[in-house]
Design a protein. Structure first.
Length: 333
């Protein structure tokens, strides 16, 4: 299902939620934005940066009879570059930009504090000095890039989680759904007689996005616990249709939520199995024992988050020596 035929009935008029796809260089190879037509058209997310992304935005909108300056509002799920990429072009076109207040605060982060946090965490998880410095550079580059794409002091409306916000004539409720990203928002609203969710990367079929959360910063070991928090925030909500940032549109909200939680459970179990029984191992060593690559760091961040979750539940024990956290099983299954 590509989203091109999702229809809303309003006073007898038929409105279509359009999907605009952008190319990315990693599986699943595309990222989606969504256009909600109306008197004040809304775009959810903004695709990838650069000239190719701008061309895909223009062409994707044109496929449905729109141009960037026809749009009135832009809702952003989270500050990753494949969802922020065309914010500058849309701001230039006069679109009103909405982002979470917590996202804006994070974008104002002091670079020296970020550098210290990443260097400290990199050491704690067992990365060597050269790799740690590369991760510091990666984090700083990411912060600077995201600030260029989404200057926090130039965002029109910073919304609070859980409080409805009027976006033109529509009432939208941003739900705090962390784990993949610490300030991730999923947008709940009613279109016609359907209760819909624009889920960004928190709920995708047929896979689970990595528990990146804060990246390799202080608090990296909270990522999996935060992901479970996101699933709990969604649980029991009656959505008829979900528009994700990747993968197909789906109308099986409960089934996909259950499957996503199971995938997270399976990853946590995999990490537990990789923790030694009689000796302690760093997060890097546990990631390698899982047969995962350290770069890109998605699998390492999953591992760090799972270890934090397992330690909180008492299933593993943490020993700290010379600033390095090492993990061993506690004897509790």
């Amino acid at each position: 299902m590509d989203g091109s035929g999702e229809r809303e009935q309003v006073d007898g008029a038929c409105v279509t939620v359009h999907r605009v796809e952008f190319s990315i260089e990693w599986p699943p190879w595309t990222v989606a934005a969504y256009l909600i037509p109306g008197d004040e058209p809304i775009l959810v997310d903004a695709g990838v940066p650069g000239e190719t992304g701008e061309a895909e935005l223009v062409d994707g909108l044109a496929d449905h009879g729109y141009a960037p300056d026809d749009l009135a509002h832009l809702l952003l799920t989270h500050p990753h570059s494949d969802h922020l990429g065309q914010v500058p072009a849309l701001r230039e076109a006069g679109v009103t930009v909405y982002a979470a207040r917590q996202t804006l605060d994070r974008l104002r982060r002091d670079e020296a504090a970020l550098e210290t946090g990443v260097r400290e965490t990199a050491r704690a998880v067992g990365l060597d000095e050269d790799t740690a410095e590369a991760q510091v550079d990666r984090a700083l580059d990411s912060l600077r890039r995201n600030r260029r794409l989404l200057p926090p002091d130039e965002v029109d409306i910073g919304f609070a989680f859980g409080e409805s916000v009027d976006v033109g004539s529509r009432s939208v409720t941003p739900l705090h759904t962390p784990g993949h990203q610490a300030d991730h928002a999923a947008f709940a609203l009613t279109l016609g007689d359907e209760r819909v969710l624009f889920s960004g990367d928190v709920l995708v079929e047929p896979f689970r996005s990595a528990a990146l959360n804060v990246g390799l910063d202080r608090g990296a070991d909270d990522a999996v616990r935060e992901y479970y928090r996101a699933y709990d925030a969604l649980d029991g909500r009656p959505f008829d249709r979900v528009y994700p940032g990747h993968g197909p549109v789906f109308d099986t909200f409960d089934e996909v939520l259950d499957a996503s939680r199971e995938r997270l459970d399976e990853m946590v179990a995999d990490v537990f199995e990789a923790v030694p029984e009689n000796e302690a191992a760093s997060a890097v060593a546990v990631t390698e024992a899982r047969g995962k690559r350290l770069d890109p760091p998605a699998a390492l961040l999953d591992t760090i988050g799972a270890l934090g979750y397992l330690a909180t539940s008492g299933r593993i024990v943490v020993d700290v020596t010379d600033g390095v956290r090492r993990y061993r099983r506690s004897g509790r299954d």
